[in-house]
Design a protein around this ligand. Structure first.
Ligand code: SME
Length: 160
């Protein structure tokens, strides 16, 4: 149905521009939140190199609950005072963690994870979801990744 070409050694700005175009293409005209998160998780995995987990948590009754993802099975519920995801949801700020081993309260769903980027998705200043990316490499994510995923999160607030 969709066939996106990816070039993983392209500059990050180009990868994120292509990724956002692909996200728009798969969500266009579709209002089903689960379907959109599932397709976007697949695109994150396809476009971004060196990941071991990519997906969503949803805010449900003041805790985060696992949503569509690609990777190993993960913790289902995360309290807002726990983990990198909880910090992003609680503060509304993206969390860029170079070394998860030194992040207080990091939740190790996959022991291979060494760095993590979590970006909140919000509507009217209320966090509704977070996008979580994990990598087996230290310091895999930088400000360009944060900006790229933040742009995707801003777009997705109307689609998930
Ligand atoms: N490491 C996350 C938990 C979610 S998994 O990485 C998929 C955290 O500390 O919140």
């Amino acid at each position: 149905m969709f066939d996106f070409k990816t070039v993983s050694d392209a500059p990050k700005a180009q990868i994120y521009a292509d990724l956002l175009d692909a996200v728009k293409a798969v969500t266009h005209g579709e209002s089903d939140s689960t379907a959109n998160m599932a397709n976007v998780a697949a695109l994150l995995w396809q476009f971004l190199p060196d990941l071991n987990w990519a997906g969503f948590y949803r805010m449900v009754d003041d805790e985060l609950v696992l949503g569509p993802f690609v990777g190993k099975p993960a913790c289902i519920r995360i309290a807002l005072d726990k983990g990198v995801c909880g910090a992003a949801a609680r503060t509304g700020e993206a969390q860029l963690v170079d070394d998860v081993h030194v992040f207080p309260g990091h939740i190790a769903c996959d022991g291979d994870t060494r760095s993590e980027l979590v970006v909140p998705v919000g509507k009217n200043d209320i966090v509704t979801h977070v996008i979580d990316l994990d990598s087996p490499s230290l310091a895999r994510f930088d400000a360009k990744d944060r900006a790229g995923i933040t742009a995707i999160a801003a777009y997705l607030s109307d689609y998930i």
